[in-house]
Design a protein around this ligand. Structure first.
Ligand code: HEM
Length: 223
């Protein structure tokens, strides 16, 4: 049955070459841990991507319960955590994944750095990586405020005070982020929008560019 549906679509849209291009792509021996155990370091980028996928999926489910206004935010998280079936698991995945993805990305960056994989012709992909790095930190910062508890409030206060120290544009950056003088309703709305729309959108685009460049240039050679 499935085969017949596949054949029907394939006959009309010729989809086989699309996935064959990925499935048949040969990976060089020096990145295969079965040949050289130390090649496990090449997995860090893929593992980072795996956690990003988990973050996106768990985050989508969180937004089905989360209410982004200062009266209901905390309680909506409490409700999700304590009343909703599997809520504690989905929130737990998003919470721990947020830390793990930073650790993984850092390991991946160290691998690329110490192997000199950022050198010509991969400089542009390193620059894209740096942008991804900032986007990921931004996701962590904006997500932290959303539960709207004391820890969230004071962590954001510290974060905004750090933003003020940016030369010249510091004060403007803070006001732009906070949406006013204090951390309040506007701040929460802004952080929510940045956390679920702006930064994930930017991340998907940047990861797309990252992967296209990796495919085009191939993985860097053995040391
Ligand atoms: C969400 C974050 C990221 C994901 C999902 C990701 C994913 C990947 C994957 C799957 C590869 C293939 C090789 C490997 O896995 O080691 C790769 C290669 C690469 N990444 Fe990332 N990456 C991320 C962040 C970064 C960052 C922060 C940097 C640097 C600042 C970076 C720079 C590079 C470079 C230069 C390569 C090419 C390395 C080579 O050819 O050996 N990436 N990335």
């Amino acid at each position: 049955m499935l085969q017949r549906i596949y054949d029907w679509v394939d006959e009309r849209l010729d989809i086989t070459p699309l996935w064959r291009d990925i499935a048949d792509h040969e990976v060089p021996e020096h990145v295969n841990p079965a040949h050289h155990f130390s090649a496990f370091v090449y997995c860090f980028g893929g593992l980072t991507f795996f956690i990003v996928v988990i973050q996106i999926l768990s985050g989508m489910f969180l937004t089905m319960y989360y209410v982004p206004d200062i009266v209901n935010a905390w309680e909506s998280v409490y409700y999700l955590q304590n009343e909703v079936a599997f809520g504690v698991i989905v929130r737990g995945m998003h919470h721990w994944g947020a830390s793990l993805v930073i650790v993984m990305m850092f390991l991946h960056t160290l691998r690329v750095f110490f192997q000199g994989a950022y050198k010509k012709p991969r400089e542009l992909n390193w620059v894209v990586g740096v942008l991804i790095f900032f986007v990921m930190l931004g996701l962590g910062f904006t997500g932290y405020l959303l539960p709207w508890d004391m820890k969230a409030l004071f962590a954001t206060k510290v974060g905004l005070q750090i933003a003020v120290t940016i030369p010249v544009i510091g004060e403007m950056a803070k006001t732009l982020l906070a949406g006013g003088e204090i951390i309040g309703a506007q701040t929460l709305a802004r952080f929510f929008a940045i956390h679920v729309f702006f930064l994930p959108g930017a991340l998907l685009a940047l990861m797309g560019a990252h992967f296209i460049m990796i495919r085009k240039q191939g993985i860097s050679g053995p040391l």
